[in-house]
Design a binder for this molecule. Structure first.
Ligand code: HSE
Length: 310
């Protein structure tokens, strides 16, 4: 077998309540594993996909990981190089955990490592975003950027990929509960109105700015007051069964804030420490249990590394 590299790329929480398409953070688990290895057959191909129940295409032009890797190889003038990808999905898709973004980020990282790192990690971002665009048709980096570079990331501008890492106060943990219902990002974007009132705009800007100040000053109360989405959450909450009850349970159990993770159906909460995060997670999960809906719980600090070679 030819030489290869394996990369882990983490799940992410996009939007973080107040930063639709411009804010996201990485989790330590779950995540996808991507293997890239040289092959005698010229060109890029996807040799294997596991964990996707046959739902993901092997066609590189239709697969987020394949397309991201192809765009990187074209940029490097290496598209004729024989390379095989293996995609091992270790998280659900259509879950709001940035599954397609993790595959895209993992693929560009794996190919870059295989080619002995011609580009810096950050320079891989545009190719990974193009890969994710295959999945939902939109060009936004709020999942891909944190999955690739780690941390809590602000994307000041998606077109130019003006991305910035934000500080995370010590102790902060994220709780994410994934109820087993599928929502496609494309559909969850489709329900959104283009119209935002001036009042909503003012409130959301205030909350976004408040969250940034809270993160920089480690002011948990300010973070808590700021995690309030007045634009997107009200429009999408109805897509997620029992969303309001789950959110109430999270806040009652001590979460700093709670909202939809990405396009849903996963729901995230930010918590002051791991103990609260565990308790909040159990309280959220209980609501789904009582409603007869299976769910998975992930509790994690913010992952500071992003995609890593294993
Ligand atoms: N910002 C995106 C959305 C994240 O909420 O639609 C999901 O890809």
């Amino acid at each position: 077998m030819k030489a290869g590299v394996k990369v882990f790329a983490p799940a992410t929480v996009a939007n973080v309540a107040v930063g639709f398409d411009i804010l996201g953070f990485a989790l330590e688990k779950p995540g996808d594993e991507i293997i890239a290895r040289f092959s005698d057959t010229p060109g890029l191909r996807i040799a294997k996909i596991t964990g996707a129940q046959g739902k993901l295409p092997l066609d590189i032009n239709k697969n987020t990981a394949g397309f991201a890797a192809l765009k990187l190889l074209e940029h490097l003038g290496e598209e004729g190089r024989g390379i095989e990808l293996e995609i091992h999905k270790k998280m659900p898709f259509g879950s709001g955990l940035g599954s397609s973004a993790a595959s895209a980020a993992g693929a560009v990282m794996a190919v870059n490592e295989l080619l002995r790192r011609p580009l810096e990690k950050r320079a891989l971002l545009p190719f990974a975003v193009l890969g994710e665009q295959v999945a939902d048709g939109a060009y936004h980096a709020d999942n891909v950027a944190p999955s690739l570079i780690g941390g809590m990331v602000l994307i000041r501008d998606n077109e130019t990929l003006d991305v910035h890492r934000l500080p995370i106060p010590a102790g902060i943990h994220a709780t994410v509960v994934y109820p087993h219902v599928e929502i496609l990002t494309r559909d969850a974007r489709g329900v959104l109105s283009d119209m935002v009132s001036l009042r909503q705009c003012i409130q959301q800007n205030g909350n976004m700015a408040g969250l940034l100040v809270g993160l920089y000053q480690s002011d948990l109360e300010l973070i808590s007051r700021s995690l309030n989405d007045v634009i997107i959450e009200p429009q999408r909450a109805g897509l997620i069964p029992h969303f309001q009850k789950v959110k109430e349970a999270a806040l009652k159990a001590g979460a700093l804030g709670c909202s939809i993770s990405g396009a849903g159906p996963s729901i995230f909460a930010l918590c002051a420490n791991s103990l609260i995060a565990e308790e909040v997670g159990l309280a959220m999960k209980r609501i789904f249990e009582n409603a007869g809906i299976e769910s998975d719980l992930f509790v994690s600090p913010v992952n500071q590394e992003g995609a890593v070679k294993l």
